[in-house]
Design a protein around this ligand. Sequence first.
Ligand SMILES: *[C@@H]1O[C@H](CO)[C@@H](O)[C@H](O)[C@H]1NC(C)=O
Length: 278
Amino acid sequence: MARILRHHSSYLFLLFALFLNPVHPVRPSTYIYSGCSQEKYQPSSLFELNLDSVLSSFVSSSSRAAYGSFAVGNGTSAPPEGSVYGLYQCRGDLKLADCSRCIQSAVSQMSLVCPYSYGASLQLDGCYVRYEHTDFLGKVDTGLRYQKCGRGSESDQEFFRRRDDVLADLKTALGFRVSSLGMVEGFAQCLGDQSAADCSACISQAVEELKTLCGSAAAADVFLAQCYARYWASGYYDSSDSSNNEDQGGKTVAILVGVVAGLAILIVLLSLCRKAMS
Ligand SMILES: *[C@@H]1O[C@H](CO)[C@@H](O)[C@H](O)[C@H]1NC(C)=O
């Protein structure tokens, strides 16, 4: 009897620990970074029409596959100013329903983060979307897009040994890989438009940059154009840091949406007033 009880209490403990220690630190729709082209397209142009088609393909395809790429308006007889190339990639451990939700969120944030941009990319915690006027699909690009070294540093040699083992293991990723060892966890993700060899070269470079850019940080993220690698000490995101990780972009978007909605209501009220007066 005592044994059974002990058994149960260890299950309870495990459940409790799982709640306190989420494997993935933040919500899929948390904003990480974005990039927008300076050049803008005209509203109601052919480019906008084709872009809308690419973005809605992202949404419909993401309920069936974690990765998709699309080209619209690039046929030989199509006017060149309308061509749009795009891809999306969900983090490899998301269920398709969550992938689709993440892509919907990314697509709806995109026009607010990069209004009328000829090219844009947006990385959320659980997914990535990008479109361009020129064909970038499958072209190798290991440029640094975003880096974040966590506050706090580790001095424990054991931590670094394990971190280096986790990072070495991530280099073997084929698309997506999670790795953890003792108190260190990490994961890596490639975009789906690369060969296996390009993916592992990209992650190797991201891992080197994690070490050189973030030194002894207890947590670090490096995002290159076509892959990323992240690690953290378990428990790191349970501390107050997770609230600092809250998305500034998401907040900006929420405020923008609020302002637009407020203006719309005001306009409706004013036109109602005018109707009532006339
Ligand atoms: C349009 O672009 C896609 C993606 O690069 C390519 O596979 C396809 O062949 C292109 N179509 C034409 C007609 O050039």
